[in-house]
Write a protein that binds this ligand. Structure first.
Ligand SMILES: [Zn+2]
Length: 330
């Protein structure tokens, strides 16, 4: 990402009904899904998620066309293949700055492929080609490691994938690692979110997951997850379900407050009709927090030192609780 934007009038809501519909009768059809307490939640192992982040970072920067990008692609597809029932790659090329031809690939893992009711979980796997938030402009063209910006979301979802293989759910889950999220120069939204734009512009026929959850910047030691503004506009019921579970499970990183809105991979998905929320540590964006250690967004300091297993555990616990409590009505 990302740029913080003001709410745009372009946004339109697809408000399906959910369990939260308690107001006196609007035009309510039957709820489509609900959360139901599950006493047999599998255990999210933050050490695995952490190791998966470390592994990605060990490849170096995974910016498009780099060696780390090629290694990362091979590694991630192989990992996801271990767990998913089916894997698909969505390769595409894109003409970037100065005519540079980028070879990009979205990595898609499907669980319970035959199920009609589905949800989508996603993160971006590329890392940023420019450390353009470095104070020293001589460093602006150096690619970043993206431990938090990219690798953290993928690390959490790989651990979720491992769990989904062991303990099945009765609906379908798709996991997509988008490429090219972080390619754009600072003020050029047209060159951000390349993978999610590509995917969203050619959705497979009949593909309409009930909603999607995007993870971005989810590993910081002192993470703060406010309810991201666009998420709350597009899918308030999903936001409230997730933050409600977080509150009940004592995941204090999740703050019950609507925060700023941001352009991230959830925007192309929402525009294509897939209601998507973004779990994101939005305070990191812009590098303006009073906590100096946390001002590493889009700099060379986006490294493993900032990542904590405690945060990964909280995010993972909330997601596991959500995934294994979710029930679809038929
Ligand atoms: Zn970024």
């Amino acid at each position: 990402m990302k740029k913080i934007l003001f709410f745009s009038p372009l946004l339109f809501l697809f408000l399906f009904n959910s369990c939260k519909n308690e107001e006196p009768e609007q035009k309510v059809s039957k709820p489509l899904y609900t959360l139901k307490d599950n006493q047999q939640l599998p255990r999210f192992d933050a050490a695995n998620a952490y190791a998966q982040i470390e592994k990605q970072v060990s490849f170096g920067s995974r910016n498009p066309n780099s060696k780390g990008h090629a290694t990362g692609l091979a590694y991630l597809q192989n990992e996801l293949k271990k767990y998913a029932d089916e894997i698909q790659l969505q390769p595409f090329s894109y003409t970037g700055y100065n005519g540079e031809k980028l070879d990009l690939t979205n990595i898609i893992g499907k669980f319970n492929t035959a199920a009609k009711s589905r949800i989508l979980l996603t993160a971006h796997w590329d890392s940023r080609p420019w450390a353009d938030q470095e104070k020293d402009s001589a460093k602006h063209k150096i690619p970043i490691l993206g431990a938090n910006d990219g690798a953290s979301g993928v690390g959490v979802l790989l651990e979720i994938a491992r769990i989904l293989k062991i303990q099945k759910v009765d609906y379908g889950v798709d996991i997509i690692f988008f490429d090219g999220e972080d390619y754009g120069r600072h003020d050029d939204l047209s060159n951000f979110c390349l993978g999610s734009k590509y995917f969203s512009s050619r959705l497979p026929a009949n593909y309409s997951p009930m909603f999607a959850v995007l993870l971005d910047l989810v590993g910081d030691k002192e993470a703060v997850f406010m309810k991201e503004g666009y998420s709350y506009q597009f899918a308030p019921d999903v936001v409230n379900m997730v933050w409600g579970l977080a509150a009940r499970s004592g995941a204090t990183q999740f703050v019950n407050q609507v925060g700023p809105a941001i352009y991230d991979d959830h925007i192309p998905l929402n525009q294509a009709g897939i209601r998507t929320i973004d779990i994101i540590d939005i305070d990191l964006v812009g590098g303006q927090t009073p906590n100096k250690r946390r001002n590493y967004w889009h700099t060379l300091n986006d490294t493993m030192e900032n990542i904590s297993k405690e945060t990964l555990q909280s995010v993972g616990d909330v997601l596991v609780n959500f995934i294994y409590s979710l029930q679809f009505y038929n």
